[in-house]
Design a protein around this ligand. Structure first.
Ligand code: PEP
Ligand code: CO
Length: 452
């Protein structure tokens, strides 16, 4: 990685000439500059070659030969940062991938919403309680959720803290995924106690036992399992919403092998539904980096806009470069997805079609907590597969918010979480997440949709 040339029109900083939505009002410009200077000298978190490997795997998804599982926290937290919570998130994602691979017979590309998912777009810039109005909570990369003046004041030191937590998280993920924990012989170990006793946990156990048997069979046939790389480690990639652009700019570096720009804060970044303006700073930034990028597509995005986003983000029509993550809501997907699919297909753009069944299905429960119904999430996914089948396109993946913990944030599921149960273990920093049982259940259902 070398320093940045300022030659072509696009540069890591060219977003600054465009309106940037959802940026905090940093009160101290000098402190922001200092944090930027520091971030610019820190090592890249990921390498360009890894981002290219992810593009290649996503190209297989775009071609209908693999499936994308993108999952993790809505917002990572500076407070909940332990080896156990990272491991448990990885466990549930590995379990879901096994369920999908085994039951649907397709390779699964695994991408976490992790090691950098620290910033949130918000509906309003401020929050009012009684007579007090404070800046809204924008994620731990910016401020703290406590409703108190100092906590809510955007602090650029948090950009550096987010980098550091991302680095430690990534270090642990690399150790877990390459150092034996993700070995297929450990498949039973990923089933956590509170999951194992449930119906979906037992269904998983049966698959795990069949995998054991298959491995023993292959070994008995004389196949050298030790030499089969794919049995012993997994490729696990990181992603987050590229929201706070000074942070992304500072981690954008030139790859010394190819001379191309990469945002080395994560393997993949995405642009959110609130910041995907064609003439806005976020799309400008994403257009020039060579990582695989995602773009959320919500109900307010017209088919023409989606095509324009494809032109802007993937003018060379590189398969795997662009993932469109639709999030229309269970009620509207059947009406809104087909025209978008047709418009993009008509222009011949190769995209990965992924479904985010979470963000179009959020509502406030009677107690005031944000929640989602498992049945709505499932319903949007069912419609996603049905629409793609009707249109002859490949339903390439799912994008979900989950945790490995036993939380009570989304309603329903096999354990039938009710509104009155939400308060019991509601620990999310932002949106309600599927717990480990709901996540595994969802993976089995998605595998069934994929198979049929
Ligand atoms: C998110 O993914 O957490 C999010 C805010 O989604 P969207 O941009 O689709 O609203
Ligand atoms: Co969210």
């Amino acid at each position: 990685m070398t320093s940045r040339p300022e030659t072509s029109r696009w540069s890591a900083a060219s977003w600054r000439k465009f309106p940037a939505a959802q940026q905090p009002d940093w009160p101290d410009a000098d402190a922001l500059k200092q944090a930027e200077a520091r971030l610019s000298t820190l090592p890249p978190l990921v390498f360009a070659g890894e981002a290219r490997l992810l593009t290649a795997q996503l190209a297989e998804v775009a071609n209908g030969e693999a499936f994308l599982l993108q999952a993790g926290d809505c917002a990572e937290s500076f407070a909940d940062f332990t080896a156990d919570s990272i491991r448990d998130k990885l466990k549930i994602i590995l379990q879901m991938a096994v369920a999908l691979t085994y039951a649907a017979g397709v390779p699964v590309v695994k991408v976490g919403r992790i090691a950098g998912q620290f910033a949130k777009p918000r509906t309003s810039g401020t929050e009012r309680i009684g007579d007090v109005e404070l800046p809204v909570f924008r994620g731990h990369m910016v401020n703290d959720e406590a409703f108190e003046g100092e906590a809510r004041t955007p602090d650029p030191e948090r950009l550096v803290a987010a980098y550091q937590q991302s680095a430690s998280t990534l270090n642990l993920l690399r150790a877990f995924t390459k150092g034996g924990f993700a070995d297929l012989s450990q498949v039973h170990l990923w089933n956590q106690q509170f999951v194992a006793s449930s119906a979906e946990g037992q269904r998983y156990e049966r698959i795990a036992s069949e995998i054991d048997r298959a491995l023993r069979f292959m070994a008995a046939c004389g196949i050298d399992l030790g030499a089969e790389e794919g049995l012993h480690h997994v490729d696990f990639f990181t992603s987050h919403e590229a929201l706070i652009l000074p942070y992304e700019e500072c981690l954008t570096r030139v790859d010394s092998l190819t001379g191309d720009w990469y945002d080395c804060s994560a393997h993949m970044i995405w642009v959110g539904d609130r910041t995907r303006q064609l003439d806005g700073a976020h799309i400008e930034f994403a257009s020039g980096i060579n990582n695989p990028v995602g773009c959320k597509v919500g109900p307010s995005c017209s088919p023409e806009e989606v095509v324009a986003l494809c032109e802007r983000l993937n003018p060379d029509r590189l398969p795997g470069r662009l993932t469109l993550i639709t999030r229309f809501g269970a009620d509207r997907i059947t009406e809104l997805l087909p025209p978008v699919l047709r418009a993009v297909e008509a222009e011949g753009h190769p995209v990965v079609w992924a479904c985010d069944p979470m963000h179009g299905n959020t509502f406030a429960s009677e107690g005031g907590r944000k929640t989602r119904r498992f049945d709505d999430i499932l319903s949007e996914l069912r419609s996603f597969f049905a629409v793609h089948r009707d249109e002859g396109t490949w339903p390439g993946g799912v994008h979900v918010e989950l945790t490995g913990d036993d939380v009570t944030e989304c309603l329903g599921g096999a354990e039938e979480i009710l509104e009155g149960d939400l308060a019991a273990r509601y620990t999310t920093t932002c949106d309600p997440r599927l717990n480990a049982r709901q996540s595994l259940d969802l993976a089995f259902r998605v595998a069934e949709f994929l198979r049929s």
